[in-house]
Ligand binder design. Structure first.
Ligand SMILES: Nc1nc2c(ncn2[C@@H]2O[C@H](COP(=O)(O)OP(=O)(O)OP(=O)(O)O)[C@@H](O)[C@H]2O)c(=O)[nH]1
Ligand SMILES: [Mg+2]
Length: 283
């Protein structure tokens, strides 16, 4: 029998992340220079599996992921699949995909960034960039102005969310790329940005994705155990019974630092019975 040794790919690979419908799969196709990932034509979320594609000519890999904050409540399933999938890949960077036409940083997007902070590691965000899709504007001057606003506002805001989440400062300045990923009508700016993205993605070493663990709940940052003791005394004839009851409960802290309390449950007890009154009465 011939055993084929599986050689791990060392092609630098980008992971596309972001909100449903913002254009991850379309960007994936744009970077691969062919229609490979399924792109949605409606508002329904399209991608349900994490998938890798390779652009052999540019020597770059792209991983498309399902958007989180899915309306059908499949976030946990999607998250677990993403982690399992990327753990053995040669990941060098992440691109957060944002729709250029959105006029403000939605609550949803903020929530999603916190989820990514919760499921990935701090180091990954030093290798993260922002890609604005649907980035086109007839008026060049207006386009440059909008790009500059996006860069200033989004960079600062997203950096702040990440740094607050980890309570650590990023080295990264969050590079911003602007593309219109329509393969049938590619403009010069997008072509240039594609090369910029690929060069940027190749400038990093592999991230340590093997160490990622799967959490039971992608929105829970951490859980901690709290205990309390109940002390009581019972009298039984000439005997005193000292009673200690030990209770525990779990406190869950979510990505917004809100706390949820589990119910108290008895996990141990002890009883101490001793005579405290003599049986005979002395006159
Ligand atoms: N013209 C244009 N259309 C875009 C661009 N990016 C995305 N779209 C369109 O936006 C819709 C959603 O894009 P998708 O790539 O499917 O979005 P997604 O982020 O993969 O969504 P999920 O798979 O649901 O997470 C599709 O109809 C795309 O054709 C862009 O840069 N230009
Ligand atoms: Mg998709």
């Amino acid at each position: 029998m011939i055993y084929k040794k599986k050689i791990k790919s060392t092609i630098p690979t980008i992971v596309l992340i972001g909100k449903t419908g913002h254009g991850k799969s379309a960007l994936g196709n744009f970077l691969l220079e062919r229609n490979y990932f399924g792109v949605s034509s409606e508002t329904e979320s399209e991608t349900h599996e994490t998938k890798i594609g390779i652009n052999k000519y540019k020597n770059i890999g792209v991983i498309d992921t399902p958007g989180l904050n899915d309306s059908k409540g499949r976030d946990q399933e999607h998250y677990e699949n993403i982690i399992r999938f990327i753990r053995n890949k040669y990941i060098t960077c992440f691109l957060l995909v944002i729709n250029f036409k959105e006029t403000k940083i939605s609550y949803d997007l903020q929530e999603i960034i916190k989820i990514y902070c919760n499921i990935f590691d701090f180091d990954f965000f030093n290798n993260m960039g922002l890609v604005f899709t649907r980035a086109y504007e007839k008026n060049k001057k207006q386009f440059e102005k909008l790009k500059s606003i996006k860069k200033t506002v989004y960079r600062a805001y997203i950096k702040d969310i990440i740094e607050k989440f980890y309570n650590k400062k990023l080295d990264n300045i969050l590079p911003c790329f602007f593309v219109d990923t329509d393969l049938d009508d590619i403009d010069e700016n997008s072509l240039e940005e594609k090369d910029n993205i690929i060069t940027w993605a190749k400038s990093f070493r592999k991230l340590n994705v093997e160490k990622l663990r799967i959490k039971k709940n992608l929105r829970i940052k951490y859980e901690k155990r709290e205990t309390r003791t109940n002390y009581d005394v019972d009298i039984d004839g000439n005997y005193k019974i000292q009673k200690w009851d030990y209770y525990e409960r779990y406190v869950y802290v979510d990505i917004n630092d809100a706390k949820y309390y589990g119910s108290w449950s008895l996990y141990d007890y002890s009883r101490n019975r001793y005579k405290y009154r003599s049986d005979c009465i002395i006159f």
